[in-house]
Each structure stands twice: as structure tokens, then as C-alpha cells.
Design a protein. Structure first.
Length: 280
């Protein structure tokens, strides 16, 4: 079979490229403004993302289909996706908020996810926490620093790249999908019933988390509300695919692969709503 390390390595560079294209849309001032303007929202979003959502998803899934309870816990407990700022930009949301959420939850998830697994299942998540933290830090901080450096050194080049970022990002997304689906296509062919379960439960999870974020941000303006909801629904499911490869957990990988469908579905949904909403 394929090298277990190949999938995380390829995805690492693809995610870094996508994140770089998202970060060129913002400046260091935007990040600082998000930190000082909404610390309460950031704290609430982090607790929802890493504690409440995975706990609720685990217990609800155990009622309806117990074999998927552990995979749902992993997927629901992962950090805000590194592609979240890019998706938020397509939906006229607050990019800076999603960036800070992605950074904060990515730095915390190496500790929060094993804790939630231990708390809810009584088992240990066999994974190198230090390597996981370094992996997440690298794919976020390197493209962030590169984007800020290029903006300072060559702002004209960055503006031209920004205008072409959308088709480039679509290509990166296609490569990520191809790699993720191709790795587990033999498993899905041998277990066709898991296609149905994975599709249904991944969609239900996305609907639940989008509603959770939308309800928790009631009363806010459109950019803040869509970014808050997006920070919950646009997960780093690619990380769980990589983790599933390490754990040799095919069902967790299949669930995470099928999560791409509602993940992109909500990009379209919020984009359509953004066209009808008043950005002011």
C-alpha cells in the first residue's frame, strides 16, 4: 500500500499553499484588530469548536450509529480549517476572525483532542502531540509570515497574485480532494454501506455546527456572523484524514473525506446569502 507518511506530507504543502493565498488578503493590522476587538467571541468560538461541539456530536452519534461515534468525535473536535479564511473571503465575512480562530484552535487541538477522547471514551489517542503541534504551527505560521513579508517587499506583485488567487485555490482544493478520496477508494468499494453512513453523518455534523455558530453569533453584523459560523463548519478535516492514516482507522478517514461535500456546500450557501446581504 502507499506510504503512510505520503498523505500528510502532500497535504501539508497543499494546505500551506492555500493558506498563503488566503493570508495575502489581510495585513498584520487586521490580525491585531481581531484580537483586541472580539476576545469574548474568540473565546466562545474556541470552546464551541474544541469542547462543546465534539461532546455533543459524540453522544448524539452514539445513540443513532455507535460505530461512527469515535470518528465523529475526532472530526467534530478538530481545529478550524486553514482554508477557512479563504472561504470566508468568498462570503464577505470577517477574514481576520477566522484567521485567529484557525491559529488559536490549531495550537490547542494537540492537547484538547486527546483530552476529549480520553474523557469521553476512556482511551488514549496514540499520537505524538509534539509532532502534531509542530505540524500545525508550520502549516500556519510559515505561509502567514511569507504573506506578510511579500506584502511588505513586493506589494504590487501581491496584488496581482491576489487577483488570481481564486482559480489557483480551486486547483489546490481539487488536488486535496483527489488525494484524500483516492487513498480510501478501495475501502469504500469494499464497504459501500459506509458511503451512505459517512455522507449522511458528515452532512448532519456540518448542519449542526453551522447552526451552532449562527445561533451563538445572533445580533452581530453579516461579516461577523458568517465568519463565526464558518469557523465552526469549515474544519480541518484533512488533519483527521492524516490522523486516520496514522491510526489505521478507515471509517474515520471515510467520514472526513465525505465531509468535503457539506464543507464546500456551505461555501456556496453562504456565498449566495452574501450576495443578498447588505455588507454594511
Amino acid at each position: 500500500g502507499p506510504d503512510r507518511r505520503a498523505l500528510p506530507t502532500v497535504f501539508k504543502y497543499l494546505m500551506m499553499g492555500m493558506l498563503f493565498l488566503a493570508f495575502i488578503k489581510i495585513s498584520p493590522g487586521h490580525v491585531w484588530a481581531a484580537l483586541i476587538a472580539s476576545p469574548g467571541s474568540l473565546a466562545l468560538g474556541t470552546v464551541l469548536r474544541l469542547v462543546l461541539a465534539p461532546g455533543a456530536a459524540f453522544f448524539l452519534t452514539r445513540i443513532f450509529y455507535e460505530p461512527l461515534a469515535f470518528p465523529m468525535l475526532l472530526l467534530a473536535g478538530v481545529s478550524t480549517g486553514v482554508s477557512s479564511p479563504f472561504f470566508t473571503s468568498l462570503c464577505r465575512g470577517n477574514i481576520s476572525f477566522n484567521l485567529v480562530m484557525a491559529v488559536t484552535t490549531s495550537l490547542l487541538v494537540p492537547f484538547s483532542l486527546p483530552f476529549m477522547v480520553r474523557l469521553l471514551t476512556g482511551t488514549r489517542l496514540a499520537y505524538d502531540l509534539v509532532s502534531m503541534a509542530l505540524f500545525l504551527s508550520m502549516i500556519i505560521l510559515i505561509p502567514l509570515a511569507a504573506a506578510f513579508a511579500f506584502r511588505a517587499v513586493a506589494p504590487g506583485m501581491m496584488d496581482r497574485l491576489n487577483r488570481r488567487s481564486y482559480p489557483i485555490s480551486l486547483l489546490v482544493i481539487a488536488l486535496i480532494n483527489f488525494g484524500a478520496l483516492g487513498r480510501y477508494l478501495p475501502y469504500l468499494k469494499a464497504n459501500p454501506e459506509q458511503i451512505v453512513f459517512s455522507a449522511v453523518f458528515s452532512t448532519a455534523l456540518a448542519l449542526f455546527m453551522a447552526w451552532l455558530g449562527w445561533a451563538a453569533s445572533a445580533g452581530k453584523a453579516w461579516p461577523d456572523r458568517v465568519s463565526f459560523s464558518g469557523s465552526q463548519v469549515w474544519l480541518n478535516n484533512v488533519l483527521i484524514i492524516a490522523l486516520a492514516v496514522h491510526l489505521d482507522h478507515s471509517l474515520a478517514a471515510a467520514l472526513s473525506v465525505f465531509y468535503f461535500i457539506p464543507l464546500y456546500g456551505f461555501v456556496v450557501f453562504f456565498s449566495v446569502l452574501a450576495g443578498r446581504a447588505d455588507p454594511g
